[in-house]
Design a protein around this ligand. Sequence first.
Ligand SMILES: [Zn+2]
Ligand SMILES: [Zn+2]
Length: 254
Amino acid sequence: MIDLLDLHTHSIASGHAYNTLYEMARSASEKGLRLYGCSEHAPAMPGTCHLYYFSNLKVVPRILYGIPVMMGAELNITDFEGSVDLDDKMIRKLDYAIASIHIQCIARGTISDYTRAYVKAIENPDIQIIGHPDDSRLPVDYDTLAAAAKEHHTLLEVNTSSLSSVSVRVGARENYEKMLERCIHYGTSIIINSDAHVEADVGNHRAAHELLNATDFPEELVVNTSFEKAAAFLPKLKERLLKEPEAFLQGAQR
Ligand SMILES: [Zn+2]
Ligand SMILES: [Zn+2]
C-alpha cells in the first residue's frame, strides 16, 4: 500500500519526545514520506509547550527537506462533553487538529462517558482526526464511534505507537480489530499515524499495514494512499494542493 504521510508526531516541544522539529522532518523526508505533520501535545498535557508555541506556528517553513510540512496539534479531550484544551480561534489557525483522550487529562469514566466524549469531539467541525481511540483503560463503543465519524466526516486514527510492544495503552490490537470492522460496515475512513516521539519512529506504519492486511481492510478507506483522499478531510491540505501542487509533485519525483 502506498503511504504518503504521517500527521501525528511529536518533537522535543511536547516535553516527553526527543528530537527537534527539523530532525523529525528530515527523518520523514529521508524515509520517502511526501507530507510531514507535527502535532505537539496541547497545553493540558503535563510538561508540553506553552500556548504561545501554537500561536507562533506561522513562522515555521511549510517545506522542509524538500517535502511539505503541516503544523497541527494533538488536543486533549478534557471532559465527557468533548471539550478540548485550545480555544476555537487558535484551533482554526492550525493546519489540522487531532483530538485524543489521555488518561492523565480526563476524569475516570464509563464506556458511555468516553464514547460521548469522542462523539462530541467528532461533532466539532474544527477537529479532523480522532487520535488513538484504542485503549481498554478508556473503553469506547466502536459501533457508535465509527457511525459518528462517518456522519461528521472525521478520520479515525490507527496509531502504530499503540500497537508497539512498549506502548502504555492496553488492548490496541483487539480494539482496532473491532473498530476496523465497524469502519468497513459504515464506510468510515481512517488515517495511519506513527505518533512518533523519536525520529526513528517517523513514518513507521508497519504494524498498521499488517493489521489492515489481516483484517482485509479496504484501501479506499485509508487516506494515507492519496493526497486527494486526505484533502477531503483536511481543509488546509486541500487549500495547499490547489495553491502549490508542485510542492506535492516534487515529492513524487524524488
Ligand atoms: Zn506523547
Ligand atoms: Zn496521544
